[in-house]
Design a binder for this molecule. Structure first.
Ligand code: SF4
Length: 432
């Protein structure tokens, strides 16, 4: 394949190619309530040192940070996908007839009204607002199509180039829902540049959150990966949470660092050795287990007296009124109660597994039941007892469902949040 052009600055090679597929569906979780993901890029000019996308398991090219591959037929693939779902470009100023969009009208008509979903443009392992997007404008084209088809959207980026598309984000948000989030890991700019050399500065990202919130667009912060000894310090965690609150972020999702054996870990360790030689032996020990998912050795973590960043983060978030995840948006044509109950169950599972240490059985049942509710084609509250019993929802989960259906919200969730807060306070005290 011939490179399309060479960008002199970072010597970036941009290549275009015809992709066979674009979208993938996924299970929802606290990470994101989006159900359909797409990414028109492969490779990322931001070239973050800790980037998980460099792991061999993702089958990305070796020069991930220097060569960007663009799916040039992404707009066509996205339109085809929407049409297949039976959606119509209702916002497009066009006088075409319905059959222009649905040649096989009878077949498509059967699926109209199936219900929409939140579309995550990006995510995965390449940033859709990396500098190359400035000229390629592929993300903007896809966003325009989402607007045309009235599809709610979700973004996660490290580049304030997203502000270029604020016009479309606003229009989508007025129609349904647009949430534009930023990953922010390090408050100190010098340190941030070591790990995220070509992304917008953390300050620029915070400013972008502020701007988006002023425009009424949903926005939150992904504080991850939190780097042991560097990003998980009291100073850094507090600074990120305080600034997030000041700029009006709606939530902070906090998570630790994984280092998958191979390219991902090697590049990271080389950087640590160069810039933080004192931490190098500690990192070697912490990630010496060569876990295939990149998880650190939790026993070593405890022995070193480290504090899980999620714990510090949860305490601060609770005190500041900053949620630990975005609030689920219910797309057009979906059953609100089912999706909201699924959100509740995921939230309970998170609190109970990380901060309260409930039984693994209960957590598994909460997550399994959330999946069942997500996929249920009838409202759970409309089912009779026999129908409910057929659903494989465990009795440990039923009280949460019944409370939500009778009260319209969960008082128990508020109690569990408080219980989690008390538990993390006690844990942090024990570490002093
Ligand atoms: S912005 Fe994301 S995808 Fe891009 S290099 Fe950084 S971590 Fe990887």
């Amino acid at each position: 394949m011939k490179p399309k052009r060479l960008l002199i600055g970072h010597a970036m090679i941009i290549e275009e190619y015809e992709a066979k597929s674009l979208v993938r569906t996924t299970r929802t979780s606290l990470f994101s309530w989006a159900e359909v993901y797409l990414n028109p890029y492969q490779g990322c000019e931001h070239d973050c040192v800790y980037c998980d996308g460099k792991a061999e398991g993702y089958y990305m090219h070796d020069d991930f940070g220097q060569r960007i591959r663009v799916k040039k037929n992404a707009p066509e693939l996205l339109e085809n996908y929407f049409k297949k779902q039976g959606f119509f470009p209702i916002n497009r100023e066009k006088t075409s007839t319905l059959t222009d969009y649905f040649p096989n009208l009878k077949k498509s008509a059967d699926s109209i009204g199936k219900g929409k979903f939140v579309l995550f443009i990006g995510g995965g392992v390449c940033d859709v607002y990396q500098p190359a997007e400035k000229e390629i404008k592929m993300t903007r084209k896809l966003l325009q199509i989402a607007y045309d088809y009235k599809i709610p959207v979700y973004f996660l980026t490290k580049n304030n180039l997203i502000l270029r598309d604020i016009d479309l984000l606003k229009k989508i948000n007025e129609d349904s829902y647009a949430c534009a989030c930023f990953t922010i890991t390090l408050a100190d700019e010098k340190t941030q540049k070591i790990f995220e050399p070509n992304a917008s500065s953390s300050l620029e990202r915070f400013e972008a959150v502020e701007k988006l919130r002023e425009e009424g667009i949903h926005s939150g912060i992904y504080f991850y990966p939190t780097l042991p000894f560097i990003g998980d310090t009291v100073e850094n965690v507090t600074s990120i949470y305080k600034t997030a609150k000041e700029v009006g972020a709606e939530f902070i999702y906090c998570w630790g660092l994984t280092l998958k054996p191979g390219r991902n870990k090697n590049q990271f360790m080389t950087t640590i050795q160069k810039h933080f030689p004192d931490y190098y032996p500690k990192y070697k020990e912490l990630y010496g287990n060569e876990d295939k998912y990149g998880n650190l050795d939790s026993k070593k973590f405890e022995e070193m007296g480290l504090v899980w960043p999620e714990i510090r983060g949860y305490k601060l978030g609770y005190e500041m009124g900053l949620d630990y995840s975005s609030t689920r948006y219910v797309p057009e044509g979906r059953i609100e109660n089912n999706l909201k109950i699924a959100e509740l169950l995921h939230r309970l599972a998170y609190l109970k597994s990380f901060f309260i240490k409930s039984s693994k059985y209960e957590i598994r049942q909460l997550n399994n039941s959330a999946k069942i509710l997500n996929e249920l084609s009838r409202g759970f509250s409309t089912l009779n007892l026999t129908e409910r019993n057929k659903l494989d929802i465990d009795k440990v989960v039923l009280p949460y469902l019944e409370e939500f259906i009778s009260v319209g919200k969960s008082k128990t969730l508020e109690e569990i949040k408080k219980q989690a807060y008390d538990s993390v306070c006690a844990y942090l005290k024990s570490k002093e």
